[in-house]
Write a new protein. Structure first.
Length: 242
């Protein structure tokens, strides 16, 4: 879902982009074609973004493209690791259009100025499973059709991530638990589903411990919270003009 969102945002800024699912694919793409910028996810399977960045420096030297880190772990330590590996900038996920434009050095005109979207609605009470202002911001950035598509992707992927979290917790598979929780944390935050995102963040912290103690309870809480989030987003998706 994050790749889909990034492509939509880049298109808004007039960029054409290709995608890779891991560092190995990214290195191959750079051998095959010329790119101006690489948005490098730090946490990827097979080869992570830090190692991929180091290898780009070794192989390409001064001919390399700019490399911008992208991560849901918005900590100073993570930023320092990215810069130490040779990255030129840093983006926190979920990626926002204004932040992406700033790191790319381009200006962005708000979508409503171009004749699309409606003003943001007032914030909903905290009991709501999603922050409606985040959803309205997404609609103003992407437009109705792309927002509907992105919601559909989340509703398709979230149950799979929750199932992966549950089975990883039961099997004591810390790495699979970490990756699934990390992805759910970022994806949920994209739509302002912050209670679900925070539970996923707690699961990610558990995955850094020696055992998965407490993960079963958190997995159950995540599943329960998604039962609140899913219907709300489904209803919002139905209301977005096609």
């Amino acid at each position: 879902m994050n790749r889909q969102l990034a492509l939509l945002l880049l298109d808004e800024l007039g960029y054409r982009a290709d995608t890779a699912t891991n560092g190995i694919e990214a290195l191959q793409a750079l051998e095959d074609r010329t790119f101006d910028v690489v948005l490098m996810d730090i946490q990827m399977p097979e080869m992570d973004g830090l190692e991929a960045t180091r290898r780009i420096h070794e192989r390409m030297g001064p001919r390399r493209p700019r490399i911008i880190a992208a991560t849901a772990n918005a900590t100073q330590d993570e930023r320092e690791r990215a810069l130490a590996a040779g990255m030129d900038g840093y983006l926190s996920k979920p990626i926002r259009l204004e932040e992406l434009a700033a790191v790319l050095g381009v200006e962005v005109m708000p979508r409503e100025v171009r004749g699309h979207g409606d003003p943001a609605s007032p914030a909903e009470p905290m009991s709501d499973p999603i922050d409606r202002t985040a959803l309205e911001r997404l609609r103003r950035t992407l437009g109705d059709a792309d927002t509907r598509e992105l919601i559909g992707t989340f509703l398709s992927e979230a149950p799979k991530l929750l199932a992966s979290i549950r089975s990883a917790a039961e099997a004591g598979d810390l790495e699979r638990l970490r990756l699934a929780a990390h992805t759910l944390k970022s994806n949920a935050a994209t739509f302002g589903a912050m209670p679900l995102s925070e539970i996923a963040r707690a699961l990610e912290r558990v995955a850094h411990e020696p055992t998965t103690g407490g993960a079963d309870d958190l997995a159950a809480r995540a599943e329960h919270e998604y039962q609140r989030v899913g219907p709300v987003l489904e209803a919002e998706r139905a209301e977005v003009p096609s």
